[in-house]
Design a protein around this ligand. Structure first.
Ligand SMILES: [Zn+2]
Ligand SMILES: [Zn+2]
Length: 368
């Protein structure tokens, strides 16, 4: 349900990303079209820059919420941009050259970013969606807090910049070798890992801090004064958005073994998706590429990096759908002790396991 209030909230959340997107795009177009630009010797190759640059562009475009959240239009727009950006480099006077290899890597960056957007999408039925909605609400709130950004930069950004600069300028730096590239890939991976841990920690604290306040995910206002029907549904007193009493319930940690079992099916689906993608990519390369084109090692290395990131996205996607399955079944099978909860009573959408006291959310139909 879109009300003026939550449309306003969505705009507020998207606004910083829109600013970043515009600055990023201007910088990218300038960088790719600057006359006679020659990259200094560095352990990161031109191809890897293309991969990350267009992956970043895709994620930022998606974050602006200018296009529908499904991602297909975002992917199409970024893919077309990747083609235009490469073709326009052939404009005489710029002394740049358009290359099919660059173009392929641009598009691989877009596809990899799309795979991650797919892997991290809202997933599952109503109980899991409620859990995820609280997460993304807490994340949106964090993005508006300068202190969260300071923690992120100090914890992940600065160490990565220091190590990256040491690699670029240090005694062994300056050689665009694949060994240097591996190091740099390690730095990027380390920074992403550190950023993930920091954001997860801050997000958990934020969720816990606001739990008693019962924030409305549409407008951010408190729902402490809201009343709920027997199914647990109510409305936000501030903006009137539909809320569920279970949307603030803390989830217990899931046992890894259960996750592995639930992942069986999801992993098979992810594998099928990977095979389809590889076949499509192979057909695309064979049909589109001219016969006399030789692919350089730098392109192969960048393509391998993109392939690893793609496979990672599929693995994360499979893990998340297993997680979603267990959370969706929470009112049938206890998430902490596997107790059968079919007949366990729920009061206003929330019940407790009679074995271990773990709360569960039962989402009934009839939200409106
Ligand atoms: Zn509200
Ligand atoms: Zn239990």
């Amino acid at each position: 349900m879109v009300t003026p209030e939550n449309a306003q909230w969505a705009r507020r959340v998207a606004k910083p990303w829109r600013v970043v997107f515009v600055i990023y795009t201007v910088a990218l177009v300038t960088g790719t079209h600057w006359p006679k630009l020659n990259l200094p010797d560095a352990p990161v190759t031109d191809k890897q820059i293309h991969l990350f640059a267009f992956g970043g562009l895709t994620v930022l475009l998606w974050s602006t919420r200018w296009l529908p959240a499904g991602g297909w239009l975002v992917g199409l727009a970024a893919a077309v941009f990747g083609v235009l950006d490469e073709i326009t480099q052939a404009i005489p006077g710029l002394h740049r050259h358009a290359s099919i290899e660059d173009l392929l890597i641009n598009e691989l960056g877009v596809v990899t970013a799309l795979a991650w957007i797919w892997a991290l999408r809202p997933i599952g039925g109503p109980p899991n969606r409620l859990r995820l909605a609280y997460r993304s609400f807490a994340l949106s709130e964090l993005a508006l807090r300068p202190s969260a950004w300071v923690s992120l930069v100090l914890g992940a950004g600065l160490p990565a910049i220091v190590v990256g600069a040491w690699l670029l300028l240090g005694p062994d730096g300056g050689e665009p070798s694949s060994g240097g590239s591996l190091w740099l890939a390690g730095v990027v991976l380390g920074a992403v890992g550190a950023a993930f841990l920091i954001v997860t920690g801050l997000r958990r604290r934020r969720e816990a801090a606001r739990r008693d306040d019962r924030p409305c995910f549409a407008c951010g206002g408190s729902c402490r004064g809201a009343s709920f029907d027997q199914g647990g549904w109510g409305r936000c007193p501030t903006c009137g958005a539909v809320v569920h009493r279970g949307q603030w319930t803390a989830a217990p940690r899931l046992r890894p073994l259960w996750l592995v079992q639930a992942m069986g099916l999801a992993a098979r689906e992810a594998l099928i998706r990977l095979v389809i993608m590889l076949v499509a990519f192979w057909v695309g390369v064979v049909v589109i590429l001219p016969d006399d084109l030789t692919i350089t090692p730098n392109t192969v290395f960048a393509a391998a990096l993109g392939g690893i990131a793609l496979a990672g996205a599929l693995a994360v996607g499979a893990y998340r759908s297993a997680e979603a399955q267990l959370h969706d079944e929470q009112a049938v099978r206890c998430r902490r002790c596997r107790n059968d909860l079919h007949v366990a009573p729920a009061e206003q959408g929330i019940g407790r396991c009679d074995e271990c006291e773990c709360p569960f959310v039962r989402v009934s139909d009839g939200s409106d």
